[in-house]
Design a protein around this ligand. Structure first.
Ligand code: C2E
Ligand code: MG
Ligand code: MG
Length: 755
């Protein structure tokens, strides 16, 4: 897994397990529900089958019972008829009454050939005449001798009767009737509808329907369906296949489960019994299963969520620590490396650039006001930088006082430069902190991913290199990385290695000191020398001290190199002493970093002691810019040095923009006027020069004035005229080796004795 993917703690890591659990639960729940539904359907089918069985056998029993009863009635009617037939005079009403009572027939009517009742048991209907369409009329016209009717409703009494008729030769006939209301009532219980109604009393049955084989509703517990056609597909199929069919459907706006069972007996298809089950119970049960499932899912989810949440919090903290800067909250260097690498290898953006922003005076602020103050400044810087974050711009805290901006999909170099200027402009106004407003000196380097094979490491390295190429005196400068810088870096590495060798090996000849004489104008005598460091790297040639001193400063070698310079100066002074020049002073250039080191004074005094040099033989040259960069601190340090009897010379005076009046407060002894003001003597007329003013101001504050870089007689004359104390420059001598310096002194001495 790519580190970059987890920097923003991907929610997928939580969503995926949750989705899996949710899916599993859903599948199991679905399976449970389906199993339960299937089980319930099977049960309902089973019950429907049992109901149908009961219904079928009841139907058959009912029809059997009806047949038997009807047969018995018929038999009885036949016996009565035969008894009547045995009568000699069938019109004898007494006899008929007797037969009626003996055989317990309810009605006996004697009709004349015209169909009028001439005798009736208990004389009830005497005079009634059969009319057209009446069953009696139908028998009369049929010509049959004997007929037994099916049970029917009597047209006069509205009661049910089973009638039989016996015809006499003269056309008169006798009607015998048995009252069948009780039998009918009994038989009624065995009708399709009644049986259906009884069965429909079962729990959860919404409706029962009997459908005839010609697809008509013969009976239904919901009466409104009786007589309706029932041509639904399911019924057609059930009839055709003779198999049970089930279906979920809606009946009277209620959801039902319908089981269609064929009603068959002895191979004969009577129709279909459709059982409509209510689904309310099964729905409730399914809801119960779902509720249980959801409950289980919730419990498991809450547990899982708690575990994951704690894991998430821990991970977030780890990620925060690993990929974010605690102080500013910005993504850190590790994140930057990953982010860049991701863009360079997998990114879709064609152009990727890296900007590195550095605060020049941050170290000094840190040292002067403390780390808490420095931290406040860094936080403010981060806040300001947030103004430029955007879709294709991401800000990082690289390290210390350096910030990085990764820019993607930009147009060209000009756009990058504009953005760089925008970044720098954020710091053009002083930053406000709890301790007041603070001016920051910023610089910015830019590296483009021109070479498609670039790695994040290389881009960061190049950005740092481009940054180091900026002259620190130049404020708000932008430097684009160029390949030449890399060669420069290699050269610097080489120089660094040589310097390290020289520091370790005291006698390494690649490093030496040159000594440039200084002449006192009042006595016209050599007063001393300035020690100037020299480095001659094999295969490269002589390196300017300006270059190798700054390399030594950047790579933290300056302190050890400075001590080496003191040793060599000590040796030179010893040599001069041996040759009788014990009054000579030698000035040594000291870097600000050396000076501010805690152990500087003690180390320096030790060297003086070991070389048996008295402090007044040495002068320290501190450049004006070093003093001004951190005035209070450096000036205090200079005071301590001065107290030890060591002279201090302010080098390159006039280039650091310190006011002349400030000279009064500086803990110095000598003002070394920069070559710039000496060169001006040749270029301008005397009235336009301020060189004399510097000399007189130095004198005013009790300081000695030294002119450096004196090359011409004109300059000498001017300096003599305005009482400059000491001169140094090619006019007198170029810097000399230790040996040459002694020869120079000897020659001077010789010349003097010659005069
Ligand atoms: P600086 O201390 O101002 O040294 C004077 C520079 O001016 C020397 O250059 C010297 O060779 C040069 N110079 C002297 N007279 C003339 C002249 O008449 N005409 C011209 N054109 N130049 C003249 P150098 O030796 O290249 O040193 C340059 C700077 O390097 C020094 O400026 C000093 O700041 C630094 N430096 C040299 N040696 C050391 C050292 O041992 N320690 C430290 N910290 N810095 C050093
Ligand atoms: Mg100097
Ligand atoms: Mg100088």
């Amino acid at each position: 897994m790519k580190k970059s993917r987890i920097k923003n703690l991907d929610l997928r890591y939580f969503a995926i397990p949750f989705s899996i659990i949710f899916a599993l639960f859903s599948v199991f729940m679905y399976r449970d529900v389906m199993q339960r539904v299937e089980g319930m359907n099977e049960e309902l089918e089973h019950y429907a089958l049992a109901i149908t069985d009961r219904y079928t056998s009841s139907l058959l029993n009912a029809s059997d019972a009806q047949e038997i009863i009807e047969q018995l009635l018929e038999d009885k009617l036949q016996i009565v008829s035969e008894a009547i037939l045995l009568l000699e005079d069938r019109k004898d009403s007494d006899k008929l009454t007797e037969i009626g009572e003996r055989f317990q027939v309810d009605e006996i009517h004697l009709y004349d050939p015209s169909g009028e009742i001439i005798y009736s048991k208990e004389n009830k209907y005497v005079g009634w005449k059969a009319y057209e369409g009446h069953p009696v009329d139908a028998f009369m016209k049929s010509g049959e001798k004997y007929l037994v009717e099916d049970i029917r409703k009597d047209s006069e009494s509205e009661n049910y009767y089973k009638y039989a008729y016996i015809r006499d030769a003269d056309g008169s006939f006798i009607q015998i009737g048995i009252h069948t209301d009780k039998i009918r009532y009994f038989l009624d219980r065995f009708t399709m509808q009644r049986m259906l109604d009884q069965l429909a009393d079962y729990d959860y049955i919404h409706n029962l329907m009997f459908i005839s084989s010609d697809l008509k509703v013969e009976a239904s517990s919901l009466k409104e369906y009786i007589g309706r056609p029932a041509a639904e597909n399911q019924f057609v199929k059930t009839l055709a296949t003779g198999e049970i069919h089930t279906e979920r459907t809606v009946l009277k706006n209620q959801e039902v489960f319908r089981v269609s069972v064929p009603v068959k007996r002895n191979g004969y298809n009577y129709g279909i019994l459709a059982v409509y089950w209510e689904t309310a119970q099964s729905s409730a049960e399914i809801r119960g299963i779902i509720f249980q499932g959801v409950l289980k899912f919730t419990v498991v989810s809450v547990m899982l969520f708690s575990i994951m949440y704690y894991g998430y919090r821990k991970n977030r903290r780890n990620i925060q620590l690993a990929f974010y800067d605690e102080l500013t909250g910005l993504p850190n260097q590790t994140y930057l490396e990953d982010h860049l690498e991701e863009l360079l290898t997998h990114g879709k953006q064609k152009k990727v650039a890296l900007m590195m922003l550095n605060c020049n005076n941050f170290k000094v602020l840190n040292m002067t006001y403390g780390y808490r103050y420095g931290n406040d400044i860094l936080k403010e810087m981060a806040k300001k930088l947030e103004a430029i974050t955007g879709k294709n711009r991401k800000i990082f805290r690289f390290d210390g006082d350096r910030f990085a901006v990764v820019v993607g999909d930009y147009k060209d170099k000009d756009q990058l430069r504009e953005l760089g200027e925008e970044v720098l402009s954020l710091f053009k106004h002083p930053i406000s902190t709890a301790a007041g407003s603070q001016f920051l000196s910023m610089e910015l380097s830019i590296v483009e991913n021109k070479n498609q094979k670039n790695t994040s490491d290389k881009m960061i390295q190049d950005a740092a290199l481009a940054l180091s190429s900026i002259n620190h005196n130049e404020q708000f400068a932008i430097s684009f990385y160029e390949e030449a810088m890399e060669d420069q870096l290699k050269r610097q590495d080489r120089i660094e290695k040589v310097l390290r060798g020289c520091i370790l090996n005291f006698d390494d000849e690649q490093f030496s000191l040159a000594f440039q004489p200084k002449v006192n104008l009042a006595t016209n005598e050599v007063e001393g020398f300035e020690a100037l460091a020299r480095l001659n790297v094999e295969g490269v040639g002589p390196i300017s001290p300006l270059e190798f001193i700054s390399i030594a400063e950047e790579r933290h070698l300056i302190y050890d190199l400075g001590n080496l310079i003191f040793w060599r100066t000590g040796q030179f002074l010893e040599k001069l002493k041996e040759r009788g020049y014990e009054d000579m002073t030698v000035s040594v250039n000291v870097s600000g970093i050396q000076l501010l080191r805690e152990t500087f004074l003690t180390d320096f005094q030790n060297i003086l002691k070991i070389c048996s040099i008295s402090p007044e033989r040495l002068e320290l040259e501190i450049t004006e810019s070093v003093l001004l960069s951190n005035y209070e601190l450096v000036n205090r340090k200079l005071e301590q040095i001065k107290e030890k009897g060591i002279l201090i010379s302010l080098d390159d005076f006039g280039t650091g923009f310190s006011s002349l009046s400030r000279l009064r407060d500086m803990n110095i002894d000598i003002v070394k006027i920069d070559k710039y003001f000496i060169d001006k003597i040749v270029e301008h007329s005397e009235d336009k020069l301020i060189t004399a003013d510097i000399i007189s101001m130095a004198h005013k504050f009790g300081l000695q004035a030294v002119a450096e870089g004196v090359e011409e007689k004109l300059q000498m004359d001017y300096l003599i005229k305005y009482h400059c104390d000491v001169v140094q420059g090619y006019y007198i001598s170029k810097p000399l080796s230790a040996k040459e310096a002694v020869v120079f002194l000897d020659e001077k001495k010789q010349n003097k004795t010659d005069q």
